[in-house]
Design a protein around this ligand. Structure first.
Ligand SMILES: Nc1ncnc2c1ncn2[C@@H]1O[C@H](COP(=O)(O)OP(=O)(O)OP(=O)(O)O)[C@@H](O)[C@H]1O
Length: 301
């Protein structure tokens, strides 16, 4: 009764936005679609919310077929598109009333579900949506997507352009909604948010690279990974990229994540090489792979 996707493909002219995608999401799961811009996340959301028809394959949401039973799906899903769906010239309260009315309900009837979120923007209920901050717009858009008590909630990049504190609050809210028996499919380009999902699918160029629980995705990283630092970041990246034994070189905060293609890699040999490149303050230390590292590794295969 969650979501089932079987062999879905969709092209826009020559661009293959989705290529033979299959996966299932269990009822009550918080599932993340993780991938960069252009991976095909929005196309998949639009197919699952019945706004776009796939070229091939089949899919069901909350037990309804996306093609044959599109009307039922529209009544049972909430969709928060990437770009804000709000009416900028309507007030906070008017937006919410509008969405309640088109679904034949009222704010009062379903207030319980949105209460935690809506109380935070209620003091501004007469303010036009266009004049809200990013975090407040996001809360209003979520309230609007929830006003008809959906069984499945689709959130397309809900935290893009939102400050880190509001991002954290938003994920706390999703966890609470999940406890209210709502299946949630959320997309994000932020790899750190992936760890907050029950399971994730890593997507690139219209394909799914991997699906699993976040911990298992990290565990399957195939190599020993090192944090490498030096006095000159630019020179360090250039030197590492030119090193004949490098497997991958990936800037990561104040360090570079480095993997070597020799099975018997000795960090001392890398240190000597970097010294010969006139780098100083060299730091090499083994570290744990992140979801981002796994993504980069899968994406290069
Ligand atoms: N209406 C369209 N016409 C032509 N090409 C499109 C259209 N919509 C999307 N695409 C292309 O399909 C591919 C997948 O786009 P999609 O928007 O689904 O990806 P995304 O992962 O959601 O990325 P973004 O965050 O940029 O929206 C991209 O190459 C995009 O340029």
């Amino acid at each position: 009764m969650g979501i089932s996707v079987k062999n879905i493909s969709k092209s826009y002219g020559k661009v293959k936005a989705l290529e033979d995608i299959s996966f299932t999401i269990n009822h009550g799961e918080l599932f993340g679609l993780i991938g960069p811009d252009g991976a095909g996340k929005t196309t998949l959301f639009r197919i699952l919310t019945t706004l776009l028809i796939a070229d091939e394959g089949e899919a069901s949401v909350a037990g309804y077929d996306v093609f044959k039973e599109y009307k039922s799906i529209r009544n049972h899903v909430g969709y928060m598109p990437g770009r804000f769906s709000l009416y900028q010239d309507l007030s906070v309260e008017e937006n919410l009333n509008f969405f309640a009315t088109i679904f034949g309900t009222t704010i009062e009837e379903n207030y319980d579900l949105i209460k935690d979120i809506y109380v935070q923007i209620e003091p501004f209920k007469d303010r036009r949506a266009g004049k809200l901050s990013g975090g407040m717009k996001q809360k209003l858009a979520l309230s609007c997507a929830l006003i008809h008590k959906p069984k499945v909630l689709f959130l397309d990049e809900p935290t893009t352009g939102v400050d880190p504190v509001s991002r954290k609050e938003f994920w706390d809210m999703l966890k609470r909604l999940q406890q209210k028996n709502i299946t949630i499919l959320v997309s994000t380009p932020y790899m750190d948010e992936a760890a907050l999902c029950d399971r994730i699918a890593l997507m690139q160029d219209g394909k799914i690279l991997e699906i699993d629980v976040p911990g298992a995705i990290v565990e399957q990283y195939p190599k020993a990974i090192y944090n490498v630092g030096a006095n000159n970041m630019y020179g360090l990246i250039e030197s590492l990229n030119a090193y004949e034994h490098r497997h991958s070189v990936f800037p990561f905060g104040e360090f570079v994540h480095y993997t070597d293609n020799r099975p018997d890699f000795d960090p001392a040999s890398l240190r000597r090489y970097l010294e010969r490149q006139h780098l100083s303050e060299i730091h090499i230390e083994k570290t744990q792979p992140t979801i981002e590292d796994t993504f980069m590794e899968l994406a290069r295969q």
